[in-house]
Design a protein around this ligand. Structure first.
Ligand SMILES: Cc1cc2nc3c(=O)[nH]c(=O)nc-3n(C[C@H](O)[C@H](O)[C@H](O)COP(=O)(O)O)c2cc1C
Length: 280
């Protein structure tokens, strides 16, 4: 239900809140005769709590769902310089060498809270961000994954295209090389209820957001398709053990921590293939 409150002294009756509401839940002068924005009777139920009305109001006159506009961050003059942002995108690397030092809890909390701002289909926001937090927990997960891989190899139950996973057991046992988790001190797993509107893409967006924010804070990250496969195809029984709800879709994984490598420059990549569709 839409809980909309308007400060009549601050509201300039510009209509931006009504114009920007994606579900047409707000109208100026909703029958009150004062020209103020109000919920359209019968449409309040459509509100998806996106917060656009509060964000777009130029005078901070509007509160929605009990939120005080003064608690939002002002945007004017506060956005990053575009070139620096582009350098962040180009300079982000897959980090496969980490120090053992865990990420400070406050820094991780800050990152996870910011990820809560990533968009989700229909503003569903049903993601769970599961953190395997700290070297000891990651070591336990590594052990469980390697055991499951070795067991599946013995039983002949590894899918043919995943037979190369047995090499990871050998590398760990013989050389202490951790191809699965790269000795990172943390793993982030994003999952969302499979019945939601866009569960998989929501997870990918959340992790992509985390990836850039973490890189911006000097951390290293690695999209982790190998652990994803381990947890979804080879050892799905580890998912409940990690606290991933049974009704959640596969989601995706990202390893992170303090990098033990510094890249001096961006890589050089060819332009992506772009096709401009021309419809008749
Ligand atoms: C969806 C996805 C899954 C990936 N999984 C792994 C992985 O399991 N292990 C790994 O070492 N790298 C993994 N990578 C990293 C890619 O190999 C890497 O992004 C690519 O080589 C380009 O390097 P860059 O990220 O430094 O630009 C993955 C990347 C993506 C996007």
């Amino acid at each position: 239900m839409l809980d909309l409150r308007v400060d009549a002294d601050k509201c300039i009756r510009c209509g931006e809140c009504a114009a920007d509401c994606p579900y047409l839940c707000i109208a100026l002068d909703g029958g009150t005769g004062d020209g103020l924005p109000a919920a359209v009777p019968g449409r309040e139920i459509q509100c998806i709590d996106c917060g656009h009305c509060l964000a777009v109001c130029p005078t901070g006159a509007l509160s929605v769902m009990g939120q005080d506009p003064a608690r939002s961050r002002p945007l004017a003059g506060a956005l990053p310089d575009p070139e620096a942002l582009e350098t962040l995108v180009m300079g982000r690397r897959s980090v496969r060498r980490y120090t053992a030092e865990p990420v400070a809890p406050e820094m991780l909390e800050r990152l996870l809270r910011a990820v809560g701002h990533a968009p989700t289909g229909v503003n569903n926001r049903a993601l769970q961000l599961t953190v395997v937090d700290g070297p000891q927990q990651v070591a336990l997960l590594r052990g469980h994954c390697l055991e499951a891989i070795a067991r599946a190899a013995r039983n002949g139950s590894l899918p043919p295209r995943l037979e190369f996973f047995t090499g990871f057991v050998d590398l760990w046992e013989r050389k202490g090389v951790d191809v699965l988790l790269r000795n990172a001190p943390h793993l982030l797993i994003a999952t969302s209820p499979a019945a939601g509107p866009t569960p998989e893409v929501d997870c990918h967006i959340a992790l992509a957001t985390f990836d850039l924010l973490a890189t911006g804070l000097g951390l290293g990250t690695l999209w982790n398709g190998l652990v994803h496969l381990a947890l979804t195809v080879i050892a799905p029984e580890l998912r409940p053990a990690l606290g991933i709800p049974a009704d959640h879709g596969p989601g995706y994984c990202m390893t992170f921590g303090h990098p033990a490598v510094r890249y001096a420059r961006t890589v050089q990549r060819s332009a992506p293939r772009v096709h401009r569709a021309v419809l008749g």
